[in-house]
Design a protein around this ligand. Structure first.
Ligand SMILES: NC(=O)c1ccc[n+]([C@@H]2O[C@H](COP(=O)([O-])OP(=O)(O)OC[C@H]3O[C@@H](n4cnc5c(N)ncnc54)[C@H](OP(=O)(O)O)[C@@H]3O)[C@@H](O)[C@H]2O)c1
Length: 303
């Protein structure tokens, strides 16, 4: 069977039916990181990538949950080139230690999937003094990507995949109140964080043009996971059983991280493995540049 379009088009079904697709050597040699890989879309993405072969780092904040996921994925795929590395995406020091440890133990990185995310009905503040949704969903991935950028460049062709959401469409970047100190609601913070991911995708793709590192964002669908379980309004719990499976949610992140069909494709927003036009605001280069500059400062990164 030739590894190509048809295999990827049916990838979700292969996962669902626990079939193992043929592994091209190029994929088996790859090194991938998935953040938030112990649950939901991240775990299903890790499982799909593990099935392709390659070395997989499950970037999780809790060792027990991470190990449980690793064991489950190894059992399902037979891939034993997997490790759990601890990172709290809400904590910049933890992200820096993770990046340092990763660089010490790996000499390349072919794809980074920034997936970890939260929905918080009430405002929570991280150890760095940031609102948690902003810190985990957006800034953590922004910082981690930058700390691994030279490795991504040295491993080119390589990829960054930002798991955003269609919720970005209702978001605004509140430059005068990024941390929701003046006014907070879970939806406002979530929409802002998901919009920030799409803006970051566009800005970084522009900055990385010609480097061999591609950056894309996606909406995974409305998926039945642990997401915001304790914080969603009751109405969401009523309709939750009708959401799609995590395997379906992982189809687009797996596609963006691994498919030859998107080799060289950068600065796009995908839904169901297809490029879609995100909100007009998310495509505004002035807003993207401003957010990027502000983010470098908050993450104390050099320009
Ligand atoms: N589910 C949907 O319908 C949907 C729709 C659009 C977009 N998304 C996006 O998809 C991504 C994955 O969400 P999901 O639906 O799969 O939810 P999930 O099952 O709750 O998974 C979220 C993952 O993020 C991890 N995480 C949260 N805070 C973290 C932190 N501070 N440091 C490290 N990891 C952290 C969680 O770890 P713990 O298990 O330790 O908490 C978990 O592994 C999110 O970015 C979300 O915004 C989801």
């Amino acid at each position: 069977m030739v590894w190509g379009q048809s295999t990827y088009r049916t990838n979700g079904w292969d996962l669902a039916n626990h079939m193992t697709p043929p592994v091209p050597p190029a994929l088996a040699d790859r090194v991938w990181i998935v953040t938030g890989a112990n649950s939901g879309i991240g775990k299903a993405t890790a499982l799909g990538l593990a099935r392709l072969g390659g070395t997989l780092v499950l970037a999780c904040r809790n060792a027990e949950r991470g190990e449980a996921a690793r064991e489950e994925i190894t059992r399902a795929t037979g891939n034993d080139k997997m490790s759990v590395m601890i990172v709290d995406m809400a904590n910049q020091a933890s992200i820096r230690s993770f990046a340092e440890e990763f660089r010490r133990t790996h000499n390349r990185l072919n794809a980074l999937v920034n997936n970890a995310g939260v929905f918080r009905r009430h405002r929570h503040v991280t150890a760095d003094g940031l609102e948690e949704t902003f810190a985990v969903n957006y800034l953590g991935g922004f910082l981690l990507t930058h700390l691994l950028l030279d490795l991504l460049k040295a491993s080119a062709p390589s990829r960054v995949v930002n798991v955003s959401s269609s919720a970005h469409e209702g978001g605004r970047i509140h430059f005068d109140d990024l941390q929701g100190e003046g006014r907070y609601s879970g939806f406002r913070a979530y929409g802002q964080s998901k919009l920030a991911q799409v803006l970051f995708t566009y800005e970084l793709a522009r900055r990385l043009e010609g480097s061999g590192v591609t950056v894309n964002a996606c909406h995974p669908g409305v998926i039945r996971t642990n997401f915001g379980r304790d914080d969603w309004p009751w109405a969401v719990h009523l309709v939750r059983p009708f959401f799609k499976s995590p395997e379906r949610g992982a189809e687009t992140p797996i596609y963006l991280a691994s498919s030859p069909e998107v080799e060289g494709v950068s600065g796009k927003y995908f839904v169901k493995k297809t490029p879609r036009q995100p909100s007009p605001l998310s495509r505004d280069p002035t807003v993207a540049r401003r957010l990027y500059e502000v983010s470098l400062a908050i993450a104390t990164l050099d320009r």
